[in-house]
Design a protein around this ligand. Structure first.
Ligand code: DX5
Ligand code: ZN
Length: 214
């Protein structure tokens, strides 16, 4: 069974606790927390102080997606704020050495670590790190906004990551434009975790939306 990770980017922040309670009640497995700095991508979202508040009102696994230019600079704050898993973008890293340092650093602080690749970035760009990762986040939209359309190129990457996994242990997560139809394509290709923002939070029936992804 796949895990469902609603993205709070699409939540109503004026009633965030109500939204968090509802997705927990309706069977969400994780909370996907989209951090954007307006520099790595074209949008600004929220940071670690809100994550701290979120961690106090939910028991769900906090899946933090850092769409920021300098993840090392802020990783401590997200660790302290209660992140369970921290995913950074390979496109934001200046060298293999710095990438390996960040993976090691997050693990040393007893947190799970993931690397995310944008639609234009091939799996080969992160192949050398796969054995050290707990998760790979395949973006099926450009980082920045909820409600975009699913890009089919993600399917081949999921299959490639599944084939490459062998004795590695990373989960395959897909993020962007996920609904019942695209979610099934991703599951059939081998995805372990589905991120869904607008499909869940804009649904008239959130229970049915989450159930349709499992
Ligand atoms: C996009 C974010 C995604 C987005 C998903 O930059 O990383 O997590 O919030 O939203 P939907 O599911 O609406 O595409
Ligand atoms: Zn995301």
């Amino acid at each position: 069974m796949v895990k469902v990770a609603p993205s709070v980017l699409s939540a109503n922040f004026a009633e965030l606790k109500k939204d968090l309670d509802s997705i927990q009640k309706y069977g969400a497995d994780w909370i996907h927390y989209d951090v954007m700095d307006g520099h790595f991508g074209p949008n600004i979202s929220f940071g670690y102080s809100i994550l701290k508040d979120v961690s106090k009102v939910t028991n769900l696994f906090l899946d933090v997606h850092l769409m920021i230019s300098d993840p090392k600079k802020y990783v401590d704050e997200f660790i302290k704020a209660g992140a369970d898993l921290i995913t950074f973008h390979i496109e934001a890293m200046e060298s293999e050495e710095k990438t390996r340092e960040l993976i090691e650093y997050i693990h040393q602080h007893n947190k799970h670590v993931g690397i995310s690749i944008k639609p234009a970035t091939p799996v080969s760009a992160i192949e050398k790190y796969l054995n050290d990762l707990d998760l790979v986040l395949v973006m099926s939209v450009e980082p920045g906004f909820g409600g975009q359309s699913f890009q089919d190129m993600a399917i081949a990457k999921i299959k490639e990551l599944k084939d490459k996994r062998q004795d590695a242990h990373y989960l395959i997560e897909v993020d962007g434009g996920i609904n019942a139809q695209t979610g099934k394509l991703c599951k059939d290709a081998g995805a372990d975790v589905l991120v869904a923002g607008s499909y869940v939070f804009n649904a008239d029936n959130r229970q049915a939306a989450i159930d349709s992804l499992k």
